[in-house]
Design a protein around this ligand. Structure first.
Ligand code: ADP
Ligand code: MG
Length: 353
């Protein structure tokens, strides 16, 4: 089932949590809503689920207007970060809950419920634990029960709000892999909220980047990482170096380095920023072709597969980072306080107007 969000605005008193948000989620895709805390992710999910109404705009499921439809009729399954299981119920009863509270007309028989719950327990790899209570499970197992419970009612799509947020890194990684596998198996449309860029990149077919109630960019993980639409997306998606300067007559000047750009503007001089990922920084012992500036190594951190250098530019005093392979690092024979040449290639520029 595809989901269409059309120009939605949602305010609480005098705070606008969502501003003209539009979004298309194709059937069968796993889409991540990624953004910092407070950017409106949960609000958007609650609107799609039908737990709240937008001020303006519409929500369509498979082309059909669902904006004002009751939450119980939307056939969505959701799992929230702190969506606790019923503590006094067994795992079996927790998963069966959504089915057993149905009206007599739509409720499956006891036998059917039993079969479905056992099927789901197998799916979430918890067979044999049906008669335990939530307190007898690990955090990761409990979140899998919550997912099985959401799936029990055969939803047309799943909404997951930071479902692994409270778990430790190792369990999160396992559950991510597991969720991707589940998605492949069921082919269900899944909208997944996270503030963790790595989680979004690893899991999603499409990533929707949100900030301050707006959608900043929608794209595949590769697109948003390599072709970020603006400085916010750029810096949210990974470590980034930022060099400040000016643009004038189509030339950007960042300290001693000057770059030709394609910009044409006639409004005199404006502040400009150059962005660059640490792994794109090239270090050399002598200047070569291109834009080189000198920098001093402040600190060296060996980090498993890479070495990170903290550097200070000699021309502007700006601090930045470089990430090198171990091999490249050892070829350089540098140490803390060494002065090196830094090639400023792969810069992206933004003009602050
Ligand atoms: P996220 O899930 O991205 O962290 P939320 O959607 O929960 O963000 O919240 C977005 C903004 O809306 C926040 O600033 C939050 O304080 C505000 N907000 C959310 N729900 C309410 C509410 N019921 N009443 C008032 N403000 C709210
Ligand atoms: Mg939230």
């Amino acid at each position: 089932m595809s989901i269409e969000v059309v120009n939605i605005t949602k305010s609480y008193k005098n705070f606008t949590a969502l501003k003209e948000v539009s979004l298309h989620i194709p059937e069968g895709e796993l889409v991540a809503l990624l953004g910092p805390s407070g950017s409106g992710k949960t609000t958007l999910l609650r609107l799609i689920a039908g737990l709240e109404q937008p001020d303006t705009g519409a929500i369509l499921f498979h082309g059909e207007d669902n904006t004002n439809r009751d939450v119980r009729e939307r056939q969505v399954g959701f799992v929230f970060q702190h969506y606790a299981l019923f503590r006094h119920m067994t795992i079996f009863d927790n998963i069966a809950f959504g089915l057993s509270v149905r009206s007599r007309k739509t409720r499956p028989s006891k036998q059917e419920i039993k079969e479905r719950v056992h099927l789901l327990l197998r799916l979430v790899q918890l067979d044999g634990l049906a008669h335990r209570y939530p307190s007898q499970l690990s955090g990761g197992q409990r979140q899998r029960v919550a997912l099985a419970r959401a799936l029990a009612v055969e939803p047309k799509f799943l909404l997951l709000d930071e479902p692994f947020g409270a778990l430790d890194t190792k369990v999160r990684q396992e559950l991510r892999r597991w969720l991707r596998h589940l998605h492949e198996k069921l082919g269900l449309t899944i909208l997944f909220v996270t503030h963790d860029q790595e989680e979004a990149m690893e899991l999603a077919d499409q990533v929707v980047v949100m900030n301050e109630g707006r959608v900043e960019q929608v794209g595949s993980p590769e697109e948003i990482y390599h072709l970020p639409a603006n400085p916010f997306v750029y810096s949210f998606l990974g470590r980034v170096n930022l060099f400040r300067g000016r643009i004038r007559d189509g030339k950007v000047r960042l300290g001693e380095a000057e770059f030709e750009t394609e910009w044409e503007h006639n409004s005199g001089e404006l502040p400009a920023v150059g962005y660059m990922r640490p792994h794109d920084v090239e270090i050399a012992l002598a200047p070569g072709d291109g834009h080189f500036v000198q920098a001093r190594i402040q600190h060296i951190s060996p980090l498993g597969p890479i070495v990170r250098l903290d550097l200070r530019r000699l021309d502007t005093d700006e601090l930045f980072e470089a990430e090198l392979s171990h091999q490249r690092f050892s070829e350089l024979h540098v140490e803390e306080k060494s002065t090196v040449f830094v090639k400023l290639n792969n810069l992206s520029f933004y003009v602050e107007s």
